[in-house]
Design a protein around this ligand. Structure first.
Ligand SMILES: [Zn+2]
Length: 123
């Protein structure tokens, strides 16, 4: 990445930041039973953006959830997939769609309003 591209990338990351705190980490970890949202593993858990920053997702309650290292999707790469597309790609149509719906439901229950106000996701 050249210097200008890097600067632009960092600016994009900063713009994406809205609000996050240690309390939010505790809340979302509790909501997902301290486990990976996809496989239930309790090892190597990291916080990830449900909707990638590159696709308009923000660092806010309702868009951050725990995933294991294997399922930390690297969605912020060049070809960042939306969460449903990624889940279907990774787990097959039926399981992927079902996982996506379950996760979305948990995020919505715990952070009503945030999710829709702050994402470009449809469906
Ligand atoms: Zn996992």
């Amino acid at each position: 990445m050249n210097k200008l591209a890097k600067k632009r990338y960092n600016k994009k990351r900063n713009d994406a930041y809205v609000y996050w705190s240690d309390d939010e980490t505790i809340r979302i970890m509790f909501a997902f039973n301290n486990s990976c949202a996809y496989c239930g593993s309790k090892y190597n858990i990291e916080l990830d953006h449900f909707i990638p920053i590159k696709r308009g997702g923000k660092t806010i309650p309702g868009n951050i959830y725990p995933v294991c290292r294997e399922h930390n999707r690297g969605k912020d790469g060049k070809h960042a997939k939306l969460p449903r597309d990624w889940a279907i790609w990774k787990f097959g149509f039926e399981n992927g769609d079902s996982l996506y719906q379950d996760i979305k439901r948990i995020l919505q229950i715990h952070y009503e309003g945030w999710y829709y106000r702050n994402s470009t996701e449809v469906g």
